[in-house]
Design a protein around this ligand. Structure first.
Ligand code: BGC
Length: 269
């Protein structure tokens, strides 16, 4: 994979200077875009990776070379021990965490009648249990620090839209949404905001097959009022805003970034 450009916004434009973030699944797609955007806004970032240490280290090193705080941390979000260790390492290297981006996700197409228990648990462990573990570790540091913070879940339009062939994925996304809304109520008295960004069809490696097949891509774009797939940067900018004090009265909310996809079905005729 070729590395995206790594830059930092001018001081006046930075929304997250002094903040410290852990991002899960930070080596590709939306997670990578969000990690780099919040770093560009001045946050110190722990880049969580599962299978691509090289990319995580390259991004962290590039930011350190620009004088920023960054570290790569191994974190399979399905493993309680790895999540604990990654958050402890982030705190030791960068300071107490006050921003969590629970992004790591997995999707695979399989019809219900063919779905094995392993298919089901693979998706639920990463998407739902992984979100729980990252939120819990982040919230523990934030509560202990007593200075509040922000938790962002990266969900999906399928937190509300059923999806044929992806029932486990939709279940995980619907579950994430109610989990995040519940902890938003629980953590509000501690000054911790909990929000979600729900992307629609975005140009990322997870969608490679659809993006490369003009017919499939056309069928997806026909369901999007804006008639195009979204860009990673369009999701990343929304997440950076949600993380910032610009969104100081926003909690328990989901910002849908989908070109209108959730307004489906299209008008008849
Ligand atoms: C999935 C994409 C899909 C989009 C819209 C996302 O949650 O990751 O693969 O294109 O939803 O269906």
């Amino acid at each position: 994979m070729s590395d995206p450009e790594i830059t930092v916004h001018p001081p006046d434009a930075r929304l997250l200077e002094g903040r410290t973030a852990v991002v899960s699944g930070a080596t590709s797609g939306i997670g990578q875009g969000i990690a780099l955007e919040i770093a560009a806004h001045g946050a110190g970032v722990a880049f969580g990776y599962r299978s691509d240490p090289d990319t995580a280290h390259r991004m962290a090193d590039a930011l350190v070379a620009l004088g920023r705080r960054a570290v790569a941390v191994r974190m399979d979000v399905g493993s309680e021990d790895e999540v604990r260790e990654a958050f402890a390492r982030a705190r030791a290297e960068l300071g107490a965490v006050d921003l969590v981006v629970a992004n790591a996700g997995r999707e695979a197409e399989v019809r219900l009648v063919d779905m094995t228990l392993d298919d089901w648990t693979d998706v639920i462990d990463t998407n739902l249990t992984g979100t729980f573990l990252c939120c819990r570790e982040g919230a523990r540091q934030m509560v202990e620090q007593g200075r509040g913070g922000t938790i962002i879940g990266v969900t999906s339009v399928h937190d509300r839209m059923p999806w044929t062939g992806f029932s486990h994925y939709a279940a995980s996304k619907g579950g994430q949404r109610l989990f995040l809304e519940s902890i938003a109520k629980e953590l509000a008295p501690s000054g911790i905001r909990v929000v979600a960004v729900a992307p629609g069809a975005i140009a990322t490696p997870i969608n490679r097959e659809m993006l490369d097949d003009p017919e499939l891509r056309g069928a997806v774009e026909a369901q999007i009022p804006m008639a195009r797939v979204g860009g990673v940067a369009e999701v990343a900018r929304a997440a950076a805003w949600l993380a910032s004090d610009q969104a100081s009265y926003v909690t328990g909310a989901t910002l849908v970034v989908d070109g209108g996809m959730t307004l489906y079905p299209p008008d008849a005729g």
